[in-house]
Design a binder for this molecule. Structure first.
Ligand code: PBG
Length: 324
């Protein structure tokens, strides 16, 4: 059926008909809000390159989390800025670490809000890399032990979902083993399965104070040129019993999101990362684009590509618009 019999414009005539034939929907349930928990008291410091996003001490994390939950957003993902960093990232797996304390406070005040924790060493090491350094590079197997300890301490503090972002080989199995041995077989693992070495993390590194002191992350994060490798990474994590798969960043990797959606039946998460957020905010501040409109278009595009869930700094703004 072709023109003049077929006229696609018939189904675009007004908002009600457009609503009826709309294929993709963004829901508040799809959103996960990232938060940066900083050591100290009365801290609420806006991140220069991320307007509206703050490093906050625990009491301020709690009040913002209440706002997040009241908007209907089901989950937050936590990042920590510890008092001190060292070569082995001790605060990452200390029972009194910044994240462990934040989890306990959140679960006490807001037991229903799901707490996802980022499991990685880069926020806690003085060199800023995601694991133990040996001969100038991150040592995979030595790092696995620390990641498993970190994940276990998050679970013991009350975390609902563990999200490893370090990109070491074999970490899902290492974390699953330790969780199961300690009675946490019910805690899901959300794997940053496909994480690229990306320039779009720039503003996050300011927020988490986690810029590597030397070199970069290209010996463990993926090469942006690779597509088939993403399927191998996801297969590996599936075999190691990941419960969710994640693609990160989102916008320059919509094709990868679709590849994973077509090849795996696990819930798929996309991380709409810091640089993607900052670009929208910077352009909107100059009135070069309509901020809210491009934000919603971006989030919808990530869902259309195949993501079930989106981690995004826009979560609160988007939830407000979705609730009307
Ligand atoms: C930790 C981690 C990073 C992000 C999430 N977890 C930074 C990195 O790998 O350098 C980036 C998130 C963002 O840019 O919003 N490894």
């Amino acid at each position: 059926m072709y023109f003049p019999n077929y006229r696609p414009r018939r189904l675009r005539r007004n908002e009600n008909i457009r609503r009826m034939v709309r294929e993709t929907h963004l829901r508040v349930d799809d959103l996960i809000y990232p938060m940066f928990s900083a050591f100290g008291e009365n801290i609420r410091k806006e991140i220069g390159s991320m307007p509206g996003i703050y490093q906050q001490s625990i009491e301020n994390i709690i009040s913002e989390a209440k706002e997040v939950y009241a908007l209907g957003i089901p989950a937050v993902i936590l990042f920590g800025i510890p008092e001190e960093k060292d070569a082995v990232g001790s605060d990452a797996y200390s029972d009194s670490g910044i994240i462990q304390n934040t989890i306990r406070a959140l679960k006490k005040e807001l037991p229903e809000l799901l707490v996802i924790t980022d499991v990685c060493m880069c926020e806690y090491t003085d060199h800023g890399h995601c694991g133990m350094i040996k001969d100038g590079d991150v040592d995979n197997d030595a790092t696995l032990e620390l990641l498993a300890k970190e994940a276990l301490s998050h679970a013991q503090a009350g975390a609902d979902i563990i999200a490893p972002s370090d990109m070491m080989d074999g970490r899902i199995a290492a974390i699953r083993d330790v969780l199961d041995e300690n009675g946490f077989e019910h805690i899901p693992i959300m794997s940053y399965a496909v994480k690229y070495a990306s320039g779009f993390y720039g503003p996050f590194r300011e927020a988490a104070e986690s810029t590597p002191e030397f070199g970069d992350r290209r010996s463990y994060q993926m090469d942006p040129a690779n597509r088939l490798e993403a399927l191998r990474e996801a297969n590996q994590d599936l075999a190691e019993a990941a419960d969710f798969l994640m693609v990160k960043p989102a916008l320059s990797y919509l094709d990868i999101i679709r590849d994973l959606k077509d090849n795996f039946d696990l819930p798929l998460v996309a991380y709409n990362v810091s640089g993607e957020y900052s670009m929208v905010k910077a352009a909107a501040a100059r009135d070069w684009v309509e901020g809210e409109r491009v934000m919603m278009e971006i989030l919808l595009s990530i869902k259309r590509a195949g993501a079930d869930l989106i981690i995004t700094y826009h979560a609160k703004e988007a939830a407000r618009l979705l609730r009307g």
